[in-house]
Each structure stands twice: as C-alpha cells, then as structure tokens.
Design a protein around this ligand. Sequence first.
Ligand code: ADP
Ligand code: MG
Length: 356
Amino acid sequence: MRLLVDAQVTRGSFALDVSFAVEAGETVALLGPNGAGKSTVLRVLAGLLALDGGRIEVVGEGGGVTLWDEPASDTFVPPERRGIGVVFQDYALFPNLSVLENVAFGLRARGIRASSARATALGLLDRVGLGERAHNRPDQLSGGQAQRVALARALAVEPSVLLLDEPLAALDALTRAEVRSDLRRQLAAFPGVRLIVTHDPVDAYALADRVVVLEQGSVAQTGTLDEVTMHPRSRYVADLVGLNLLAGEMRAGVLHLPNGTQVVAADSALSGPAFVAVTPQSVALHRREPEGSARNVWSGTVTDLDRRADRVRVRVTGTVPLVAEITPAALIALDLAVGQTVWISVKATEIIGYPA
Ligand code: ADP
Ligand code: MG
C-alpha cells in the first residue's frame, strides 16, 4: 500500500503546499527547520486538521483507493477511522492513566473488551521491553521509556500508517542515541507506511530510507539520503550536509553566477540552470594570489574559523562565498585570522554541475 499526499492548508499567515508519497515498508523522514510546516503535515495526515485543497489517499495492495480528505468532494475521514498510529512530539501520554491503560486506550475506544485490550497492551509493552512498568504512571517513566510507551500505544490499534513527530527531540543526547537505535528496530518491524518528522539530520540518517525536505511550507527536495546529500537543491540542505552550493546558469562548461562571476566546470555537456556542490576539502586557501593552472581563483575575506577536532572550517566571503576545510597544521602555516584577505582556488575537476 501507499500513502499519497497532495496537501494545501493555511494556518494564519502560514501556507502549506506539499506533494509526496510514502510506500509501505519504507521509512520516510520529513526533514526541515523549525516552522517549516512538518507538524502541520502530520496533523493533516492524522485528521486533526482539515485540508483547504488537494487530497490525501491510501492505495491498497489490490489497487483500491481510500480517500481520507478531499475538500472538493466534501470527503473527510475522522482520525479514528484512518487506521493510523501517532506518536506526538511530547508523547502526549494521559497522565492520570497507568502505562497499561495508556496503551490499551485506543483499543477500548474501539469497543474492545477491557480484559482483551489489557492483554494486547501488555503484549505490546513486553515487546518494547516495558512489561514491568505496566502499572506505573507516565510521570514515573524516564524520557526514553515514555517514548516507548507512546510507540506501543500507537501500535496497539494495528495501524497501517505510523506517524511520529520529532520522536527523539524530548530526550537528552545520551538517551537519544540509545532510543534511536531501539526505534530503528521497532520501525523495521512495522510493515506499513512509516513517516517520521524531524529537524535533526542525524535522526533522518539513522531512521529513514528516504527524506522529504520541507522548507517554508513547500517540498524543497526529495530522494534517498545519498541523492539529497550529493546533490543538494537548497542552501538548507547544503548546510546540513556541510557542502558549498553554487547556483547559476551553465553554458559551455562554465557556471555563470547571478553576480556575473564565472566558475569553470569539469564537463561541458550540461547547459541551462544548474547547481554545483563543492566539497569544503576541495577548496584551497592561499595568502597570495596563486600562480599555475587553477582557473577558479577568487579573493575574499575570512569571516569565520570553526575549529573541529582534526580540521578547521574556514568561511570566506567575497565574489564566490565558500567554506574551505583545512587541517590545523595548514591553519598555522597560513597564519589565518578572521578579517584577513585570502585567495581561494578550486580545480575545475571539482566543479561538477547538475540540473536545477
Ligand atoms: P514545524 O513542525 O516544521 O516546526 P509547524 O507545522 O508546527 O512547523 O508550523 C508551521 C507554521 O505554522 C509556523 O510558522 C507556525 O507559526 C504556524 N502555525 C502552527 N500552528 C498554528 C496555529 N494553530 N495557528 C496559526 N499558525 C500556526
Ligand atoms: Mg513541529
């Protein structure tokens, strides 16, 4: 089965307009900065917010289509009839119910007998390793345990679509790493559609097969992680993966930037609007104008030095703003400081364009 989303919705001054699909058996991460509209997408899918335009539909194995929401045909399926399990950002456990009652809640709401609902809930708690916590209250749990209870509660109703909003954001760094690998196993065991919302690329890397990058209410890019990281299509994605992104018009092997600067590329086959991703390791720095064969040479000003364990990222602002990555030894040899003028060079063989 697959979930097909074509959603337009307005919330105050914020407009969301996205299209994407998720197949059963794959985990898709909706990745983007705060305020991009990720939780809005999740609320729309969960049936907590109605669409203004577009449609949400589920296509079953046999090809049968179930419409969840389509304003044009006045269709709206309420949350409890969508076959979804939701893990909210703050887990939203009922504080006055025991862990067991929390997990059994959805089953009871569907009219399942108490004894049977409790047995199912206990089985699910065992599966997430929390059988012994069944009679605790949510406030007696650690963050990681609360996350697992929320997941068990979402799975209890045997959903075909599992939605998780920032499932790890509430946890401290140490717990997060542990819960992340546990969540990865739990997700892999769920056969339906899996969609997680996150602003953390590390979570997306660890948990998702594919990402849908959301920025300002629109899909900026979608693809496998490799595709997205190798060929970023927005400044946000390039920054996430630590690449420089240049955008311009490619003509006869030269990328023309909007400010008129020409960047010589490796191959001349591509023409038209194009991007170039430049790895910081391929940007060379010089104190004096370099001589020799590099044709892409520009001067600029050092505006930031970011010292990491075994490398230094140097931000140079100028005609072609770029981040260079050098070794600590090179930093000393070049005697660089913020405010200094430097020359940067990039070999044409490092400039590989792809269509915009
Ligand atoms: P994200 O989850 O990516 O951080 P959200 O979907 O929560 O983003 O929010 C997207 C935008 O929608 C934000 O700009 C926010 O101000 C706006 N928004 C969220 N909830 C409401 C609301 N209840 N009413 C009006 N605007 C809202
Ligand atoms: Mg959110």
